[in-house]
Design a protein around this ligand. Structure first.
Ligand code: ADP
Length: 215
C-alpha cells in the first residue's frame, strides 16, 4: 500500500553534478531527510566483508551488485528510522545515488513512493570531470583520484544509470541546471521540492495553527 512506502524525492544526475552537496543542504531543512548511498558505503569499515566488496567495485568505478546494495540500503533506512533520525510520517526522503540502474529501481518499488525526480543537468562533461578531480584531492576519494576511473564512472552512468529516468513517469521529472553557484542551484531545486514537501506533510515547525478539522 502506498502509505507504507517512503515518500521520496530522487536527486538524479551524473557523477560530479552536485547531488551530494545539494542533498546535504536539503537534509538540513526540517521535513527533509537526505540519504546518500555512496556516503553509506564510504562509512563502512573497509576491513568488513561488505566494506571489501564496496572497495573492490568502487575503486574500478563499477557499481556494487544490486542485491548487496539494496540490502545495505534497507538496513540503513531501518536503522535511521529506529533511531528517529528519519521520521517517515513527517519527513520526505531525499535519496541520492540510488536507484542507480533499472534493476535497483524495480527492487525499490515496493519501498518508495517517488513523488519527484530532480535531474541535475550539466552539459559540460569536462567541467564535471574537473570537479571530481578537485574533490578527490580534497576528500581523499580513491575512486576519483584517477582520471581513468572517473571516465569509467561516467560510462557506467550513461549506460546503466541514465536509463533509470525512463522507468518513471515524465510528469514527475524536473530538469535543473547544475551549472552555477551552489546557492543558485539550491534555489532552483527548492522551487521544485518545497511545494511537493508541503503538499504531502503538514509542517508543525512553521508554527501555523492547525485547522479545526485536524484538531
Ligand atoms: P557520486 O555521487 O560521486 O556519483 P557516489 O558517492 O554516489 O558517487 O558513489 C561512489 C561509488 O559507490 C560508486 O561508484 C559505486 O561503486 C558505489 N555505489 C554508490 N551507490 C551505489 C548504488 N546505488 N549501486 C551500486 N553501487 C553504488
Amino acid at each position: 500500500m502506498a502509505t507504507n512506502r517512503y515518500q521520496t524525492i530522487l536527486l538524479f544526475g551524473a557523477p560530479g553534478a552536485g547531488k551530494g552537496t545539494q542533498g546535504k543542504i536539503l537534509g538540513s531543512i526540517p521535513g527533509f531527510y537526505h540519504l546518500s548511498c555512496g556516503e553509506v558505503f564510504r562509512t563502512l569499515d573497509t576491513t568488513s566483508d561488505l566494506g571489501r566488496v564496496f572497495m573492490e567495485y568502487s575503486s574500478r568505478g563499477e557499481l556494487v551488485p544490486d542485491d548487496v546494495t539494496v540490502k545495505m540500503w534497507q538496513q540503513n533506512m531501518h536503522a535511521q528510522t529506529v533511531l528517529s533520525r528519519f521520521k517517515p510520517h513527517s519527513d520526505v526522503l531525499v535519496l541520492d545515488g540510488i536507484p542507480r540502474n533499472v534493476s535497483q529501481a524495480k527492487l525499490l518499488e515496493k519501498h518508495l513512493d517517488v513523488l519527484l525526480i530532480v535531474h541535475l543537468i550539466c552539459s559540460d562533461k569536462e567541467r564535471m570531470i574537473q570537479r571530481l578531480r578537485r574533490r578527490a584531492l580534497k576528500e581523499n576519494r580513491a575512486d576519483d583520484a584517477r582520471e581513468e576511473v572517473i571516465r569509467r564512472r561516467w560510462e557506467v552512468y550513461e549506460r546503466e544509470t541514465f536509463p533509470v529516468l525512463a522507468h518513471y513517469p515524465k510528469s514527475i521529472i524536473r530538469d535543473v541546471d547544475a551549472v552555477g553557484s551552489p546557492g543558485r542551484v539550491l534555489q532552483h531545486i527548492l522551487e521544485q521540492v518545497v511545494p511537493v514537501q508541503e503538499s504531502h506533510f503538514n509542517n508543525p515547525v512553521t508554527g501555523e495553527p492547525e485547522t479545526p478539522e485536524k484538531r
